[in-house]
Design a protein around this ligand. Structure first.
Ligand SMILES: [Fe+2]
Ligand SMILES: [Fe+2]
Length: 213
């Protein structure tokens, strides 16, 4: 049975999502952790710190994904694709929770900069939503393409012994490729190269700062 959400319900739901995204350990995954049953091989302290830096970047990427979906949800019409977008956003919560869990296993933490990246991504999502559904979906596709490239790079850079982080990233890679395909099939505009370059530069700022902060 479905019912129309009242404005108060909606605001509570939004606020709940913000808290679950930004408060460490508050997100819970709906699917089993892909690393369950996988054992790490021996890693030095330096390797564990490096793995944590990479997983912190991936975690912040998922914070941005939540904010992006939420910002778009506020302004985009998306009559036919809202269900799929909500499904994708739910999968991003799994990613967020898995990265958070892995950071804890590595005796590390999420980034101090997450609130700032959340705010920026929320704004960009809301703006894309205002510009029309094809732009909004195109933005999802371009973002997922970029995230996919990051994940490939990180799977390459992770220490050989870090098999649990790798298991998480492999599942995320599969999900992100699926999100990208869906957004393009749903009518997402293919972003021109200069726009994609701008997005890549922004993500460089994020990765450089979040690796340590
Ligand atoms: Fe994700
Ligand atoms: Fe995604």
């Amino acid at each position: 049975m479905s019912r129309q959400l009242s404005r108060t319900d909606y605001l509570i739901h939004q606020f709940d999502t913000i808290l679950r995204t930004l408060v460490p350990h508050a997100a819970t995954a709906s699917r089993a952790n892909p690393a369950a049953g996988t054992q790490d091989k021996a890693m030095s302290d330096a390797e564990r710190r490096h793995a944590a830096g990479l997983m912190r970047i991936n975690h912040t990427g998922e914070v941005c994904a939540q904010a992006l979906y939420q910002g778009q949800g506020l302004t985009a019409k998306l009559h036919e694709t809202r269900d799929q977008m909500e499904q994708a956003a739910a999968e991003e919560i799994d990613h967020l929770a898995w990265c958070d869990e892995r950071l804890r296993e590595l005796d590390s933490r999420t980034s101090y900069l997450n609130p700032a990246f959340y705010a920026a991504s929320f704004g960009m999502g809301a703006l894309a939503g205002k510009l029309g559904d094809n732009i909004s979906l195109g933005f999802v596709a371009a973002t997922e393409e970029q995230v996919g490239r990051h994940l490939d790079d990180h799977m390459h850079k992770l220490p050989m012994g870090d098999r649990r982080s790798r298991a998480v990233l492999e599942q995320m890679r599969t999900d992100e490729a699926h999100h990208e395909r869906w957004a393009l099939e749903a009518g997402g505009a293919r972003f021109p190269a200069p726009l994609k370059l701008g997005m890549r530069l922004m993500s460089k700022v994020m990765t450089k700062s979040v690796y340590t902060l």
